[in-house]
Design a protein around this ligand. Structure first.
Ligand SMILES: [Zn+2]
Ligand SMILES: [Zn+2]
Ligand SMILES: [Zn+2]
Length: 331
């Protein structure tokens, strides 16, 4: 994600900033205009004082575009819950920003209304997942220790809150982009037959003894569990790629004209090849930077030719959906 400018003094401000680093004026992010604004220009989201939400309220509600999608929150009597909920909403605002940049519909798509519930597992197990538009997030995923325990036990190289959101939203859009979007036949060719029993496939995945899958056919081990999971994993990676390329846009790099064109708006780059051409050296570089800092690879994945084909289909389905809706709106 690129940097934003303070409307008062022009200083660059991070997406999460509630105050300018330069002039110390309070700031809000306006997701309608995708810009930082002063707090006098609109109402603040009422969650600003509870979880530090820095977005403007939508005119019809006391909440912002992101907070208004959260239907259930954990008990705020517990201060630990409040700090974990804060992290969940921080990641969710980045997701909503991605969707705005991709110009995908947010409230409803493919016959589903989008909503979120953030549940604490203190009263019973909570499964992070998607069901008919409702995305459930286990609050424990915001706890670094808990999330790392799960990451290691599930043999995953990468597990983040933002990654969860980008995966679950892939399930949400599948119907609109693939099923209704006319991509069912290519989907089945590239990802496989999604009519395979989903519950049975997941149960078989978790009961699996042999974890020696061919790493060239899927972006992650979990993607091998079912074609829908493969789509959701690949969709998440598409968002990782365009969002990270967008962060590169602010750096003073000398790039050729084609690369600069991509960085004007990676979310709307129509040439998939150009996107990947820029991503490959960047992914290598962020991993090398992390290693230089003694950290694990930031992007611990290889994009094989098969995965490239899958990412390309995600890109085509998003572009086709956007073109269809925007040409309908223009008529
Ligand atoms: Zn300022
Ligand atoms: Zn909010
Ligand atoms: Zn999933």
């Amino acid at each position: 994600m690129r940097e934003f400018k303070c409307p008062h003094c022009g200083q660059l401000s991070a997406f999460e900033a509630s105050e300018c680093n330069g002039c110390t004026q309070p700031l809000m992010f306006d997701p309608e205009n995708m810009a930082m604004v002063g707090v006098k220009s609109a109402l603040e989201c009422v969650n600003r004082n509870i979880i530090g939400c820095n977005w403007c309220a939508v005119a019809t509600t006391p909440y912002c575009l992101s907070c208004s999608l959260t239907q259930v929150i954990p008990s705020t009597q517990n201060t630990q819950n409040v700090s974990l909920w804060t992290r969940v909403e921080d990641a969710k605002r980045r997701l909503i920003y991605d969707l705005r940049r991709l110009r995908l519909p947010i409230a409803s798509a493919g016959g589903f209304q989008l909503a979120f519930e953030i549940l604490s597992d203190e009263h019973g197990p909570v499964l992070t997942g998607h069901e008919s538009g409702l995305i459930t997030v286990n609050l424990a995923e915001a706890d670094d220790v808990q999330r790392e325990i799960r990451r290691v036990s599930f043999r995953e190289p990468y597990r983040t809150l933002l990654g969860h959101f980008r995966h679950e939203i892939g399930h949400f859009y599948w119907n609109a982009l693939v099923h209704e979007g006319g991509f069912l036949s290519p989907f089945r060719l590239v990802f496989g037959d999604e009519t395979e029993n989903y519950q049975a496939a997941l149960a078989a995945y978790y009961a699996r003894q042999d974890w020696s899958d061919d790493p060239t056919s899927h972006i992650s081990m979990y993607a091998t569990s079912h074609p829908w999971e493969d789509w959701a994993e690949t969709f998440a990676h598409f968002l990782h790629i365009v969002s990270t390329l967008d962060s590169l846009a602010g750096l003073p790099l000398s790039l050729d004209a084609r690369a600069q064109h991509t960085l004007n708006d990676p979310y709307l780059e129509s040439d998939f090849g150009a996107l990947l051409e820029l991503w490959a050296p960047l992914a290598l570089t962020i991993n090398r930077l992390n290693r230089s800092l003694g950290l694990a690879d930031a992007y611990p994945f290889d994009i094989s030719p098969a995965v490239k084909g899958k990412l390309h289909l995600v890109h085509m389905a998003i572009s086709a959906f956007r073109n269809r809706h925007e040409s309908r709106a223009a008529r």
